[in-house]
Design a binder for this molecule. Sequence first.
Ligand SMILES: [Zn+2]
Length: 150
Amino acid sequence: MTGSRRDRRRRNLQNARLARTNWLYRPEDVVELYGICRNTLTNWVKTGLVRLEHEGRHLFRGDDLNAFHRQRREDAKRPCEFYEVHCFACKCKHSLLQVNFETQLTRFGDVRLAIECPDRGKPTAKRVTREQLERIVAMRESSPKTKTPD
Ligand SMILES: [Zn+2]
């Protein structure tokens, strides 16, 4: 039981030395190397993994893969910012500046922000004050990152 839980956590916080430094990986190689699904790779790219384009094909540098996972591991250690949600489904932080959320006013006068984990499709929520929500909305509007193509 504990073994499977540990495995799941390990799947989300990947080994930051798994990829070979000077190698180039095709998307299918990355999927196989980390044992992930294609959607997860798409999400990694959306959340900062550097992707190269060569003659119309996507490639990933081993260095970039390792750096991305090193960053993720460090991210997991620090506490959430007010505009981030700690996701129980994938054990990562999701930025409310990047994912869409639904709001619901609670009877205590604060706001419940509900998101769907972009990795796992599972719901996660956090509570913020109305002022924090206003700041999040303002930050989203001023950030070019929130303009997703889909
Ligand atoms: Zn998640």
